[in-house]
Every structure is written in C-alpha cells, then in structure tokens.
Design a binder for this molecule. Structure first.
Ligand SMILES: Cc1ncc(COP(=O)(O)O)c(C=O)c1O
Length: 395
C-alpha cells in the first residue's frame, strides 16, 4: 500500500506540559521508549520487572512483604484494581470525597458491590481527621478510601492521620496517590496504609499507560477474589513474579517506567520532595506578586498541582488557549463546579524546575495582561527568583 504523503500526517507540537498531567518526560525516559521491543515472556524481560517491583516498593515506602507492581492502564486502572481486589460484596466503605477523584473512587466502590457512605468535604478543603473519626464512631466501616492528592482542587489530604484514625476504628485503607507519588512524601508502611495506587504520567515522569500499585504485607491476606480478570492482583502477581502469562505487558512502557524510577533513585526521594516543594513555594510567591491566589488554604496545598483562582473579569479558557497557541504551554482548567473558576497548574516530575517555572511566569504575565488583568511587569519572575534563592540557602 502506498504511504500517505508526509504532509498529510498531522504535525505533533512540542508542548511544555504544565497541566494536571501528563508531565514532561526527561530525555533519558524518552530514549528508553526507543529500545527494541521484547516479548512480555522473554527471559531478558524478567530482570526488568524485578527491578521495577523493587523500586516501586521503595517509592511507596512499603514494607518488605508488600506486593508492588504496575497494572496495565492509566491511574484509573490502579483505582479499579485497588477496589476490585479489596471491596467484598456488601463491605461497608466510607469514602472521603474532597473533589472529583474522591467522587470517582466512591462510584468505583459502589460498582464493585460496596455499601458506600460518603464523607463530603467542601471542594478546596482537606478532610479534618476529626470528621473522619466522628463518621466512624457514628457508623462503623470495613474500609476507608480517600484521595491523598486531590488533583481537582489542589488539596493534600493528611494521609497519615486519616489512616491512623481508620486503623483505630478497625477499618482498612485505600489511598489514591496518583498526584503525590514521586512528588510528595509517601510512607505506606509507616502510615499503616493497606493499599495505594498511582499513575506513571505525573510525578514519576513516564508516559501514561501503567499504574503502580502496592498492597502492604499484612493486607495481602485480606484481598478478596477480584471481580475483574484484567486487574486481578493474584493473576498479575503470578505474571510479574513467575511469568505465568496474563496479558501482553508493554515492554516500551516498562522501559520508560524503569528509567524514570532510576532517575528518582539517583535524585533521592527526600531531595525530590524538596525540589517539588521549592518550586511550589516560588510559584506561590510569584502568584501573590501578580495579584493571584490559590483555592486551598496554605496548610492544605499540594506541591505538585496548583488550583489558581481566575481573577474577576478574565476569560479562563481564553488565557489557557493563548498559553497553548502562543507559547506551547499547557495548563488545565477546572473540573465540575470549578470549571471556569480555576486554572490547574502542575509542576511535576521533570516539569518541576526553575526554568519551566520562569518560562511559565513570563508567558502567564503576557497572557494575563492581554486579558485585562493589571499587574506590575516582572513582579512574578522577581518574586519567584528571590524565593528560589532564599529556599536554596535554607535547604
Ligand atoms: C487523583 C486522581 N485519581 C485518579 C485519576 C485518574 O487517572 P487517569 O486519568 O490516569 O486514569 C486522576 C487523573 O488525573 C487523578 O488526578
């Protein structure tokens, strides 16, 4: 068959990905994608899977007896795997809903037969552990599910405290760590979290398509027969450990994930968390200097994803479009009730650098000025630069 002429193939632009994900990929991760494809059962593939499991276990801060692997699919497959393997028919599940993804988690638990109760928290706020305590005193639950980093609102929930309250009331925990793993402190074993899942395309910095998941050693006994064949953790473990065929795992995605995990280990986890925090603090300083503010209160803010309020009279979508068309910068809009009211700016993985931050600030200043928002020229960049210098001195 004749090949279509070059000109008929749509052009793929080179964007700076500063939305809620995917995040930019480091050159070494991109290069890893180009390695020759191996079959999912090739003996040479085996050591790569072992290496990914070991590094994921460390990244989650999970105990030595835990199960750590990656399910096929995006973050939602991790969510579905966590629920399908832990929620028995009729199990009482209390889901903390602090935004769009907490709601998705509640829907998922319902679909898998859980008796779901929702602890609703106003969007933009974190869940106070006392509210969880009161809800569990009122009505017992077998499981508590919550989102650690709520990407729809830019809120960080107090995972350690929520897990501790759940445990004190005899409930096991599922934690969504899609926007925290690799960017925020995560310590599954120390915090006593039973099951957690994430994605590859945010703070880890590889392409979407795999979902890291960890089940703590003690909780492995409590897994239920999965309703999903594709996401059955028992079958997945047999493939990841014993190479018993389950599905045709993408070697290319595994190469990229492994390279991203090696980069994380080379950087050091604590240093990586500090880097995300440093650029978050500088971004906040810049936003304030530009007359902008964030939706969550200071104590509740994620370091990886920023929910920036759209100033009165400014057209949210038009600013986003201008950043994309003129400067190739992607940021996100709001979801659900926050549509049109916030921008979601991700500084995650290879996107959390001073260069990307300053590039964004220069473009944002011009886009906001063009849309009638009055600000002092250069004030955002100056505030960010000062903050970065100050934090580096203190670190
Ligand atoms: C907190 C959270 N959970 C789950 C998901 C779903 O992940 P995915 O879109 O990769 O399926 C997302 C996506 O952004 C998310 O932010």
């Amino acid at each position: 068959m004749p090949m279509p002429p070059e000109s008929s193939r749509p052009r793929i632009p080179d964007r700076l990905l500063l939305g809620p994900g995917p995040s930019p990929m480091a050159p070494r991760v991109m290069a890893a994608l180009g390695h020759p494809v191996l079959s999912h059962l090739d003996p040479a593939f085996v050591p790569l899977l072992d290496e990914v499991r070991a590094r994921l276990q460390r990244l989650f801060g999970a105990d030595g007896e835990s199960l750590a692997l990656a399910t096929p699919g995006t973050g939602t497959s991790g969510m579905e795997a966590a629920v399908a393997n832990t929620v028995a028919d009729g199990a009482r599940v209390l889901v903390v809903v602090t935004g769009y993804f907490g709601d998705r988690l509640a829907q998922m638990c319902q679909r898998y037969g859980g008796q779901v109760r929702r602890l609703e928290v106003e969007w933009g706020q974190a869940c106070d552990p006392d509210r969880l305590r009161a809800a569990l005193v009122r009505d017992r639950a077998d499981m508590v599910a919550f989102v650690h980093a709520e990407t729809s609102t830019g809120v960080l929930n107090p995972a350690r405290d929520l897990a501790s309250v759940a445990r004190a009331h005899g409930a096991r925990t599922i934690a969504d760590m899609v926007t925290s793993l690799g960017g925020h402190e995560v310590r599954l074993a120390e915090w006593g979290i039973d099951v957690a899942y994430s994605c590859t395309q945010k703070c880890i910095g590889s392409p979407s398509g795999l979902a890291p998941i960890a089940v703590s050693g003690p909780s492995r006994q409590a897994l239920v027969p999965a309703r999903s064949f594709y996401l059955d953790l028992a079958l997945l473990e047999r493939y990841w450990r014993e190479r018993s065929y389950h599905h045709t795992l993408s070697a290319s995605l595994v190469y990229a994930l492994l390279e991203a995990l090696i980069l994380i280990d080379e950087e050091g986890l604590e240093q990586r968390w500090a880097r995300h925090r440093r650029h978050h603090v500088a971004f906040i300083a810049a936003l304030e200097a530009m007359g902008l503010s964030l939706l969550p209160a200071p104590a509740d803010r994620l370091h990886t994803l920023h929910a920036v309020r759209v100033p009165d009279g400014v057209d949210e979508a038009s600013v986003r479009r201008m950043l994309l068309d003129r400067w190739q910068i992607e940021i996100g809009g709001g979801l659900g009730p926050l549509a049109g009211r916030i921008w979601r700016v991700g500084l995650m993985g290879a996107g959390s650098t001073s260069d990307t931050l300053l590039t964004l600030l220069d473009a944002l200043e011009r886009a906001l000025t063009a849309h009638g928002h009055r600000l002092e020229p250069g004030a955002g960049r100056a505030a960010a630069t000062a903050s970065l210098a100050e934090t580096l001195l203190r670190e």
